[in-house]
Design a protein around this ligand. Structure first.
Ligand code: ADP
Ligand code: MG
Length: 302
């Protein structure tokens, strides 16, 4: 099989591991910088070009699209889909999961456990918003944030009010969320491939830090998840329509609550903490499932 791997940097651990796994399993794989892919979007014969070359013979595409290039990256991926190339994750599912608010709305519609969350636009509504989500301590999140940046813990109602006011004053959209204190600065990353949670790790924030992000100094270790956590992760992945994703769960006193679903989960932390060949699992999933035109995006296909 010929696989395109959309990645901006071939030296990243995840990229290197996916290339290695694909080659070991007898596939041909090519890393493409998504920002160097350009396309003719009006033609009846949709095409993608890369440094002058017409890319037209891929069977599958693995999108590893960073948050900062979501818009362009999903457009390129959609073009592959229109050409009938099998996407590991669909462009629509990636766009959906990148919007924190939209994701929470979709998950809540399915009755999946979530921290109580609120969203407002006008400063006048802040006091009621704070009341609605149960009062301080509260977590305030910039909708565009990643890697823990833009996630603030407000210990008092007055701190919450002034932080929310400041963000709104800067025209930033913020989500206000119940603080799950009992999680103790840790969360569980469930790595989903197809209908299975293939690995799980616990990330623990640095001393005195409520955010568990590895980028903020957190550390990862292997963890055994409960049947309920497994079910929650699979339902969340399914709701987002992602074949491969990382579902982040907090252990709350009311059971597992989903914080976010990541469509390009990193492989380094999960492979190193569990010792599992996750890259191999991803490629084997593609080997089993990839079929020409097996995508929800309707297009020319050729
Ligand atoms: P990002 O996309 O920046 O990673 P997250 O929503 O995943 O943002 O939040 C970052 C971290 O902050 C989480 O991994 C978790 O440890 C902590 N956190 C986020 N929301 C809550 C919450 N409601 N209660 C407790 N901890 C939280
Ligand atoms: Mg996160």
């Amino acid at each position: 099989m010929k696989i395109a791997l959309l990645s901006r940097n071939r030296n990243l651990y995840s990229t290197k591991r996916l290339v290695e796994a694909a080659e070991n399993l007898g596939h041909e794989v090519r890393v493409l910088d998504v920002l160097r892919c350009y396309m003719n979007i009006t033609s009846h014969r949709p095409s993608i070009h890369f440094k002058g070359e017409d890319l037209n013979d891929f069977d599958a595409v693995i999108p590893r699209i960073g948050a900062s290039v979501t818009f362009y990256g999903t457009a390129v991926l959609r073009q592959f889909e229109m050409m009938g190339v099998y996407p590991l994750n669909e462009s629509v599912a990636i766009s959906r999961s990148r919007d924190k608010l939209r994701s929470l709305q979709l998950l809540s519609r399915k009755g999946i456990g979530l921290p109580i969350s609120g969203f407002a636009n006008k400063p006048d509504d802040i006091p009621d918003l704070i009341k609605m989500v149960g009062g301080a301590p509260l977590v305030i999140k910039l909708l565009q944030g990643t890697q823990g940046i833009g996630v603030v813990l407000a210990e008092t109602n007055s701190a919450a009010k002034s932080v929310i006011e400041s963000f709104l004053g800067l025209n930033a959209s913020v989500l206000v969320q119940q603080f799950i204190k009992e999680a103790g600065g840790s969360d569980i990353r469930c790595f989903v491939i197809g209908e299975r949670v293939v690995a799980a790790m616990k990330r623990q924030g640095a001393e005195g830090e409520f955010r568990s992000n590895i980028h903020r100094g957190g550390s990862a270790s292997v963890v055994k998840i409960t049947a309920e956590e497994r079910k929650t992760a699979l339902r969340a992945a399914n709701t987002m329509g992602l074949n491969v994703c990382g579902v982040d769960i907090l252990r709350s006193k009311d059971g597992p609550v989903v914080m976010e679903v990541n469509s390009s989960p990193g492989l380094e932390g999960i492979e190193k903490s569990t010792g599992k060949d996750i890259a191999g699992d991803v490629i084997r999933f593609i080997g089993k499932n990839a079929k020409k035109g097996k995508t929800n995006t309707k297009g020319g296909g050729r």
